[in-house]
Design a protein around this ligand. Structure first.
Ligand SMILES: Nc1ncnc2c1ncn2[C@@H]1O[C@H](COP(=O)(O)OP(=O)(O)O)[C@@H](O)[C@H]1O
Ligand SMILES: [Mg+2]
Length: 288
């Protein structure tokens, strides 16, 4: 990830070696803005600029944290990235494709390579479906036959450490704990072999110990499959723990971006310092 406001090139995450080969850019936003108006179709001064001139890139295998308080524009940015919302200005490129220029069919294909994981697994998992159907759904939507879904579904359930997989495959969402449900949501993301997963506050409803398990899972998936993650959170300590790089948003704008440790230990923006002060004392052990 690099950002126009950052004066230094933000090459390499905290774990990357300097001579690591150039990684492929998965996501590139240029000057993306989105306003919401009170009056439909008309611009007015009272419009909320939810996302304001945002430029960033995310490379494969990178975990980028998008940090900011409630109302900063994080979820709107996520929706723009997923093509669920059209930008007023600017372009969103995913895997080299300009989402706005794609046909409906092309957009659908591109979306199959991205996945959204939401805060509340209760909302995102259909209560009447068993885990095997929930996890297999992205494949079913692609036209993969039931018989051919069983193996990848089981493998995805194993990847998210729900053992024994056959037992979990037969369960319904109400038979799972909150942490297990979020693992199912991740397995659902994994089975489609996405290039990019957007996780919008995925652990904010979980206890700290469960939260740590999910974060470790995300890093494991990244290491194994080279999946890129955009991890959205209001929690700077948690962001530092999970991410290679951080983007701090305030009122729709990026106010700071860079390698996560650098942002935390040498913040350049007053707003980041404010966020840091709010999470002081938790930075070393965000998930314990
Ligand atoms: N569909 C919408 N219609 C009107 N205003 C919206 C809509 N979605 C978001 N907003 C506004 O845009 C701003 C950013 O919201 P959001 O992207 O949800 O922030 P965050 O996820 O950081 O909390 C907020 O002021 C919110 O009220
Ligand atoms: Mg949000």
């Amino acid at each position: 990830m690099s950002v126009n406001q950052a004066s230094e090139p933000a090459a390499g995450g905290s774990g990357a070696s300097p001579d690591a080969p150039q990684r492929k850019v998965v996501l590139q936003l240029d000057g993306v803005s989105k306003s919401f108006g009170s009056r439909r179709g008309q611009r007015s001064r009272s419009d909320i600029r939810a996302v304001d001139d945002v430029s960033l890139t995310v490379e494969e295998g990178e975990v980028v944290a998008l940090v900011g308080e409630s109302g900063a524009g994080k979820s709107t940015l996520a929706r723009l990235i997923l093509g669920l919302e059209q930008p007023d200005e600017g372009t969103v490129r995913f895997d080299g494709l300009d989402l706005n220029a794609l046909s409906w069919r092309g957009l659908r294909r591109a979306r199959q390579r991205m996945h959204l994981v939401l805060q509340d697994p209760y909302q995102s998992l259909h209560p009447g479906l068993r885990v095997e159907s929930l996890v297999g759904e992205p494949l079913a939507l692609r036209g993969v036959f039931r018989a051919d879904r069983a193996a990848p579904v089981r493998s995805a359930v194993e990847q998210v450490a729900l053992h024994p997989a056959p037992t979990f495959c037969r369960r319904f969402p109400h038979q799972l704990s909150g942490g297990q449900r979020q693992r199912v949501a991740l397995a659902r993301a994994l089975v489609a072999e996405p290039k990019l997963v957007i996780a919008d506050e995925p652990t904010s409803m979980l206890d700290a110990s469960l939260c740590a398990g999910i974060l470790e899972l995300i890093l494991g998936i990244r290491d194994r499959f080279g999946t890129a993650f955009v991890y959205i959170t209001h929690d700077l300590a948690l962001a530092r723990w999970v991410s290679d790089r951080m983007i701090v948003m305030h009122r729709g704008k990026i106010v700071e971006a860079g390698p996560s440790d650098e942002v935390v230990f040498h913040p350049r923006s007053d707003y980041t310092r404010l966020l840091l002060a709010a999470s002081e004392g938790e930075l070393d052990h965000p998930a314990s």
